[in-house]
Structure formats: structure tokens, C-alpha cells
Design a protein around this ligand. Structure first.
Ligand code: ZN
Length: 126
């Protein structure tokens, strides 16, 4: 494998580094931009969901009489499940492979917890 050189000052680049040690040129500008852009999108979706969840929960509690009974409770269960799913989006936004795997495990456990918490409610609803 031929050693990589800085496109600006021609200094040899050892190992994986983002910036040239001699002149500070960004060695992987395009790659860096695309990754952070996709992460931003995931985070925006997550923030958008949090707001959406709050508005819907508020609307159900405010305008649906006996909101804790069926069928409004199914709306809450659905919101919780979608909320659990958005955590997978955040996990997907992590660049580091090991951390990403760990984040997916956390998201998975959280999803199981949501399903477990709602299963009694689902059973008694019928
Ligand atoms: Zn350089």
C-alpha cells in the first residue's frame, strides 16, 4: 500500500487522520460532510417526533373524555412504540461501529420494555 500524501503540502500521512499534521488541511472533506449531514437528519427526525408526541398526548388528554380507556389508550400505546422506534434512528446516526452496535442493543431493550409495560393494558383493553 502506497503511503498517502497531503494534497496541499505533500507531507506523508501516517495512519488514519482527519487533518494534515503539517498544514492542517482536511484530508477527507467530502466524507466528513456527508456523515454529519445524515446524523443531523436523524436527530431532526427525533426532535420532530418528540414535539409531535407531546402535542398528540396533550390533545388526547385534553379533548378525549376517559382518555385512559379504549380506544384512546391505543393511541398512547402507538405513540410509545413509535417513540421506541425513533431511538433506533439515533443509534443509526452513531458513526463508531462498536458504539452503534451497543446503541442498537439499548434501543432494543428499551423497545422490549415499552412492549412489556403495555401488554397488560392491551390485554385488559379487550
Ligand atoms: Zn499538509
Amino acid at each position: 500500500m502506497t503511503p498517502m500524501h497531503c494534497p496541499n503540502c505533500n507531507t506523508e500521512v501516517k495512519g488514519i487522520q482527519q487533518f494534515c499534521i503539517n498544514c492542517g488541511t482536511n484530508l477527507f472533506p467530502s466524507k466528513q460532510t456527508t456523515t454529519s449531514k445524515s446524523s443531523d437528519t436523524f436527530i431532526m427526525i427525533f426532535l420532530g417526533y418528540l414535539l409531535f408526541n407531546e402535542i398528540i398526548s396533550f390533545a388526547i388528554r385534553k379533548f378525549v373524555p376517559n382518555w385512559y380507556e379504549a380506544p384512546a389508550q391505543y393511541g398512547f400505546i402507538l405513540l410509545s412504540i413509535i417513540g421506541g422506534a425513533t431511538i433506533f434512528l439515533l443509534a443509526a446516526a452513531i458513526k463508531d461501529k462498536q458504539k452503534k452496535t451497543f446503541a442498537f442493543v439499548i434501543a432494543g431493550v428499551h423497545m422490549l420494555y415499552i412492549l412489556y409495560m403495555n401488554i397488560d393494558w392491551l390485554m385488559t383493553g379487550f
